[in-house]
Design a protein around this ligand. Structure first.
Ligand code: SF4
Length: 222
């Protein structure tokens, strides 16, 4: 086995644990994992159309539609007309949906405890490696666009001399380090394709000349 396959095996083991935990939490709240993900998305990001939900969760539109229909029947979600398009509807979480989302959005203690065993330096290195892998999966069209610093128009990497906080977020106008890189930021706005490709090469070290996928597959603005 190579180091690559050792890493893939380790990620698969953590993935198995997380999948089992998400099933357990969703089951306790009488939800399917997709229903729990939809509730989490609606409570964190606000009302959304089915198409946007399917794209954000990386599932097909019929799967998102079935799960949303079940949530409507359970009273966790309500459909309201989209003020931007009278023919479309937006899904809104109800108070019971918000309570169910809170029950299923808790990170397992076992996982948090395992992360706690890493020292601050190890966490920063691990987080940046995760950002790089997630970005590459996105570029290869394997996962939907992620609302992370590495694809954000507000992100300015390595612009400060302080090695503990070399990056800058122009949205909050503050410096920060690798340990604070965001993977799911509510304020994220996609960088244009040229800027996103430049970020990928300069900040994440993607090989020059590696094929970039078209904006439609990455979700990036052109
Ligand atoms: S807005 Fe969020 S994602 Fe964008 S650079 Fe700032 S912290 Fe990162």
């Amino acid at each position: 086995m190579t180091t690559q396959t050792h890493i893939a095996t380790g990620l698969a083991k953590i993935g198995l644990f997380l999948r089992a935990e998400s099933w357990r939490q969703a089951d306790a709240a009488a939800l399917s994992p997709t229903q729990a993900q939809i509730l989490a998305h609606l409570t964190q990001r606000g009302p959304a159309r089915i198409t946007a939900l399917a794209e954000a969760l990386g599932v097909t539109q019929p799967t998102a539609s079935d799960a949303a229909g079940a949530l409507v029947r359970k009273g966790h979600v309500a459909r309201h007309a989209d003020p931007d398009d009278a023919r479309a509807s937006l899904l809104h979480p109800t108070p019971s949906g918000r309570r169910a989302a809170a029950e299923t959005a808790v990170w397992p203690d076992a996982l948090l405890g395992a992360i706690d065993t890493l020292d601050p330096g190890e966490r920063a290195v691990f987080l940046k490696a995760l950002v790089k892998m997630i970005r590459e999966l996105q570029v290869r069209g394997a996962i939907p666009v992620q609302r992370m610093c590495a694809t954000c128009r507000f992100f300015q990497p390595n612009v400060h001399d302080d090695p503990a906080a070399p990056h800058h977020c122009t949205f909050v106008d503050a410096a920060f380090g690798d340990a604070s890189l965001r993977l799911d930021c509510g304020e994220h706005e996609p960088a244009g394709k040229i800027e996103a490709d430049a970020l990928r090469r300069s900040f994440l070290g993607a090989p020059v000349g590696q094929a970039d996928v078209p904006p439609a597959a990455t979700g990036e603005a052109s």
